[in-house]
Design a protein around this ligand. Structure first.
Ligand code: COA
Ligand code: MG
Length: 289
């Protein structure tokens, strides 16, 4: 999972385009990109789209439902769960308890649909409320369904009353840098993927590439997209390079050849157990691609 493309759930045209985008995951949105009046239509369109496309290709189809406090989440799940999406994206998660609650709801829907319990995965957006941001450490053991954590700046800026999320140089201001860092730490603590947030300037490929490179450097393994043109840029950065793969294989081989070693020298550089763990994680990502 490298790229996750948001598609407004009420747009049949964009859903079709999403299939051809090359995104690893489509996030069929029933939340912020769909107006209140269009929610019922979006639920129906999303359900039909899932039914006809969920088994057609390797792309994973997730639905972003409305948050658990919105009063809309149950109707969202009732509409889409019979079509068995591969996963649900939970927005405005306040803590791991929200993921546990969602998981319990999914148990019931899976039973109704005759699907194996636990087959629907969960992604959570954990920094859209102040409490959620401060609860980034609460996701270990929330649910075996959880496959990743991601973050958002726009909703958080609205709740805290910030007038901007970036400074004059385009850098996120402190609160949002903290939210970003807590997402990496929270995901690592929960042993799940850290997914970077959207880059809303969808015509600025250079800016997107820079942000992807920084995210990949800092421990994110995927990024959200809002436009099909962003997908190839994201996929390129988050696909481990041939060089990185060769280096990881070298490290894994060296430790395999000398299982008692705690530390090894390769080409004049020292490698110890954390390097081995990093190499194994990288190879895990190669397998997933
Ligand atoms: N998924 C699939 N197709 C998309 C798309 C998306 N996220 N965004 C744009 N497209 C399609 C357009 O429909 C258009 O198709 P066409 O050539 O057949 O007309 C084509 O890609 C080019 O789009 P473009 O004209 O550059 O953009 P736009 O003005 O149509 O749309 C947005 C701009 C921002 C409204 C659109 O990209 C969008 O809806 N993004 C997702 C928003 C979202 O889900 N937000 C919630 C999470 S933050
Ligand atoms: Mg939002």
């Amino acid at each position: 999972m490298r790229s996750l493309l948001f598609v407004p759930g009420d747009s049949e045209k964009k859903l079709e385009k999403g299939l051809a985008s090359g995104a690893d995951v489509l996030l069929i949105d029933l939340e912020d990109s769909v107006s209140a009046e269009r929610k019922p239509a979006a639920r129906q369109i999303a359900a039909d789209f899932l039914k006809s496309n969920r088994d057609k290709n390797s792309q994973r189809l997730f639905v972003r439902i409305n948050d658990l406090a919105s009063g809309l989440a149950d109707a969202d799940l009732e509409a889409v769960m019979p079509s068995l999406p591969h996963g649900i994206l939970l927005p405005k998660s306040n803590s791991g308890k929200d993921v546990t609650r969602l998981s319990a709801k999914l148990n019931v829907h899976e039973a109704h649909a005759g699907a194996p319990e636990g087959s629907t995965q969960i992604l959570a957006i954990i920094t859209e409320t102040a409490l959620g941001t401060l609860s980034a450490a609460s996701y270990p053991d929330a649910s075996a369904r959880l496959i990743g954590l991601t973050w958002g700046a726009e909703d958080l800026s609205a709740v805290i009353g910030a007038r901007a999320v970036r400074d004059d140089n385009g850098r996120y201001t402190d609160v949002f840098r903290l939210a970003r860092a807590l997402t990496v730490l929270g995901a690592s603590a929960a042993d799940t993927a850290a997914i970077d947030t959207v880059y809303i300037n969808y015509k600025d490929d250079a800016g997107l590439a820079r942000e992807c490179a920084e995210a990949e450097r800092d421990g994110f393994t995927a990024k959200l997209a809002i436009h099909p043109a962003q997908v190839p840029v994201i996929n390129a950065v988050f696909t481990p390079s041939a060089e990185a793969v060769a280096q990881a294989q070298k490290i894994i081989r060296a430790f395999a050849d000398d299982p008692a070693a705690g530390v090894i020298g390769i080409d004049g550089l020292m490698f110890d157990r954390p390097h081995l763990r990093r190499a194994e994680r990288l190879m895990g990502r190669v397998g997933a691609v």
